[in-house]
Design a protein. Structure first.
Length: 324
């Protein structure tokens, strides 16, 4: 295997594992790694989060599944994935062989808590990855008879508490941006046993084709991502940092190192690059190199010295209500 060009300024130990740098590929934007191996050097990253795995294979939603939305992207992919069985027999062995020097989180999705737990049991029996990211916030695949779990702290607690009993691996919970205040939701995840939270998933959105008067996406509404979501994500990280002490992962609108550094300053230890990868498969690698240049230029010994040190944000931003 090729030796890793470890830049000690960017390296961190989190969840008992070494992350060579703080940049991961976000769930749903890199498949299971194999799909992107010819397009970028995966081992130059801190890690990846896989496409969400469901109990059964999912074909996904009708096309179009992705449309441009100004400075953003709207998607409703519908969690298309090969399902637990094939992930265990094909994807995990590939990742074990090819991604052993970076950290892998397997994203898990379901309609009811029991589905999450059965997937975790299945993945545990195979292993070959660091931890889980529970996708409790997909806007395109809501739980039976309800909203995504991340919109209801009590429902979130049930899933996370059950998952916690099944694994000692790091357990991340991916939260939704469309809540009045994300702080208490992050707190609920921490109380239930999560080791970290990922902030934020896409924001529900709708675009209409005015010629046909139909929704632009085949499935109707979808989730908004890309640069338009960045300030929302950075704010969410800052709020979660004030309310919890677990590890935070920032995602939303990161296209360059400057964007990632904002998330670190707000309190994220790791960041994820998502939508930018669709336009430039090497975007995440550019972000790593840009953070390295920034730390060198600013004389920062380790990237951890940047985490949560934002200044001038003491005046609380009202998250709901307020004077009329
Ligand atoms: C999708 O597959 O529809 C998107 C997944 C997500 O936003 O969590």
């Amino acid at each position: 295997m090729r030796p890793i060009d470890t830049n000690m300024r960017l390296s961190q130990t989190l969840f008992g594992a070494t992350f060579h740098n703080p940049v991961l590929l976000a769930a749903g934007t890199c498949g299971f790694g194999e799909e992107l191996e010819d397009a970028l050097d995966l081992e130059a990253l801190g890690g990846i989060v896989t496409k969400s795995v469901t109990l059964e294979p999912r074909a996904g939603n009708p096309p179009p599944r992705v449309v441009e939305a100004g400075n953003a992207m709207l998607n409703s992919v519908g969690l298309a994935n090969p399902g637990l069985e094939r992930v265990c027999s094909e994807k995990l062995p590939w990742m074990r062989e090819h991604l052993s020097s970076i950290q892998v989180f397997v994203s898990v999705a379901g309609h009811v808590p029991d589905e999450y737990w059965r997937i975790i049991e299945g993945l545990e029996s195979v292993g070959g990855f660091l931890g889980y990211e529970l996708n409790l916030s997909c806007p395109n695949d809501t739980r039976l008879g309800g909203l995504p779990f991340a919109l209801d702290p009590d429902a979130l607690r049930v899933v996370v508490e059950g998952a916690r009993k099944l694994t000692d691996r790091p357990l991340l919970v991916k939260l939704a941006p469309n809540v009045p205040d994300i702080g208490p939701v992050a707190e609920a995840a921490e109380d239930a046993g999560a080791d970290g939270v990922t902030l934020v998933n896409t924001m529900p959105g709708l675009l209409i084709d005015i010629a046909s008067r139909r929704a632009a996406l085949g499935a109707g509404s979808g989730g908004l991502s890309g640069p338009a979501l960045r300030a929302v994500g950075v704010h969410a990280v800052h709020r979660a940092r004030a309310c919890t002490s677990i590890t935070l992962l920032g995602v939303g609108g990161i296209t360059a190192a400057e964007d990632a550094i904002q998330y670190l300053l707000a309190g994220a230890s790791l960041v994820q690059v998502g939508t930018a990868t669709f336009a430039d498969p090497r975007a995440a690698q550019r972000v790593v190199m840009g953070i390295a240049r920034y730390t060198e230029k600013m004389g920062i010994e380790n990237v951890q010295d940047l985490i949560g040190v934002v200044q001038g944000t003491d005046r609380p931003v009202p998250v709901s209500g307020g004077p009329r």
